[in-house]
Design a protein. Structure first.
Length: 232
């Protein structure tokens, strides 16, 4: 399972990929060519699709923000890591007045291929959890997503991972526990903020709980969120 490639397809999906992704998803999911049935099918599949296809189906109507906005700037795992690093560094300097205080956060560019793949898996799980945070994925929706995933031609490991993560109860602590460093914690929060609609009370609550479990101070969390808005 090449989780780094899948994550980066999601992150790099900008406006120019929306129609390509939608066409890809339509073909895989046998969406009708025209008429009200087509409209209903597209509505259930979401506003658009990422190059990876399946993440858009999971995110449903959430894709507009990530695909057309921040994804343009956070196009790779390295870009995501660098923005998290710089934001943390700036915050740390304000707190302590020293660059050294930011040293524990390391750049993703130093990761080996297996390390990058593992970190991408963690971030994909964080994305799926954030996508569930508004509570719209009930048992019927889970079954529909599982059926959609089966039609997308993904490898068994990827399909299994997605279905298992969708089926899990929403648990911000479990997502936070996936972090093995300050760097990963920062990236988990940043990528979750890409997906979250902070005007939605349930999603805002989830993001706040995630920050608490990741031990991310409120001021730093707000700076990460501002980075998402700046990238839009």
């Amino acid at each position: 399972m090449d989780t780094k490639a899948l994550l980066e397809e999601f992150l790099s999906a900008g406006k120019e990929f929306i129609e390509q992704g939608k066409t890809y998803a339509e073909g895989k999911l046998d969406i009708p060519a025209e008429g009200p049935e087509r409209d209903a099918a597209l509505a259930s599949a979401g506003k658009g699709a990422t190059a990876a296809g399946v993440l858009a189906l999971l995110l449903m109507t959430k894709t507009g923000r990530g695909v057309t906005g921040a994804g343009l700037k956070l196009g790779t795992l390295a870009a995501l890591g660098n923005i998290a690093y710089k934001t943390y560094q700036e915050w740390s300097q304000k707190q302590n007045g020293t660059v050294e205080s930011a040293a524990p956060l390391t750049s993703t560019e130093a990761l080996t291929a297996p390390q990058a793949n593992q970190k991408s898996l963690v971030l994909l799980k964080a994305i799926i959890a954030a996508a569930k945070s508004d509570g719209h994925i009930d048992d019927a929706e889970k079954s529909k997503i599982e059926s959609m995933v089966a039609k997308l031609g993904l490898d068994i490991a990827t399909s299994t991972m997605i279905n298992e993560e969708v089926a899990k109860p929403l648990d911000p602590k479990a997502i936070a526990d996936l972090s093995d460093s300050q760097a990963t914690a920062a990236e988990i929060y940043l990528v979750s903020a890409l997906v979250i609609d902070d005007a939605n009370e349930q999603e805002r609550t989830y993001l706040n709980q995630l920050a608490s479990n990741l031990n991310i101070p409120t001021e730093l969390a707000l700076q990460f969120e501002q980075q998402v808005k700046n990238a839009s």
